[in-house]
Design a protein around this ligand. Structure first.
Ligand SMILES: [Zn+2]
Length: 243
């Protein structure tokens, strides 16, 4: 089955197996780095699997403290499909003005804007702050991955930002509400591999994406195939293709 996993991480032992699985099924993986090492890692992986892995490079909010200057990003982003996973999250370290998270986020948004690349944003518990920073940027293609704040949805849709849903959609009533209200043309599917989903028995991996599409179709009262096709096209448009 052909599908796009629009947000995951490919690092360590399992990365090669996941890439072979994707290659054999016509699956496209939008793989994000979380720091310099993993970002350069996904760039390498993408070179060995063109058409299977589309690399995004960036410093995750969990890694912003101690990441130092992100000068390496400009060059890495030039070779990548986009910038990510970047953003703000006060559960890791202070996310306000003047802190390491905010300066890394602003800098990375600027790089994506200057290169005309799409951006993958982590906005947990800082959705409005992220929207505020993005408002002043030149980035036109934004993915608010795993958006959990219902109040941020109308503004995100208004701006034409994409939102993605992962396996948590299968059990979270809140995510199901958000998914039912989102503009269908702006919805993507993801697994956020290697995150395990304990309410689902600890399963993880891109192979969960079709189940997410199935749930999304149910929530929206659509046919599974139509939902999956549309999400695939949305992902390609987010990447800069026609979709
Ligand atoms: Zn992630």
């Amino acid at each position: 089955m052909r599908f796009v996993d629009s947000h995951l991480h490919l690092d360590g032992e399992e990365a090669k197996d996941l890439v072979s699985f994707a290659a054999s099924g016509g699956v496209l993986l939008l793989a994000c780095g979380v720091d310099r090492r993993t970002s350069l890692g996904v760039l390498e992986l993408a070179k060995s699997a063109p058409g299977v892995v589309r690399p995004f490079v960036g410093v995750h909010p969990s890694e912003a403290e101690g990441a130092g200057e992100v000068d390496w990003l400009q060059e890495a982003a030039g070779q990548a499909s986009g910038v990510g996973e970047v953003g703000l999250d006060p559960s890791y370290s202070p996310a306000g003005e003047g802190g390491a998270q905010m300066s890394a986020f602003r800098r990375q948004v600027e790089v994506a804007g200057s290169l005309g690349k799409p951006l993958q944003v982590h906005s947990r518990m800082a959705e409005m702050k992220c929207l505020e920073v993005l408002a002043g940027s030149r980035v036109s293609r934004v993915l608010l991955h795993w958006l959990e704040n219902e109040e941020a949805l109308p503004e995100a849709m208004e701006r034409g930002y994409y939102v993605s849903f992962g396996p948590a959609l299968l059990y979270s009533k809140k995510l199901q509400r958000i998914a039912s209200r989102a503009d269908p043309a702006l919805v993507l599917l993801e697994s956020d591999t290697p995150v395990p989903y304990s309410p689902l028995g600890g399963v993880w991996g891109p192979m969960l994406v079709p189940s997410v599409a199935f749930k999304l179709a149910e929530v929206r009262g659509e046919r599974f195939g139509d939902t999956l096709d549309r999400c695939n096209q949305n992902s390609l448009r987010f990447l800069g293709g026609k979709g």
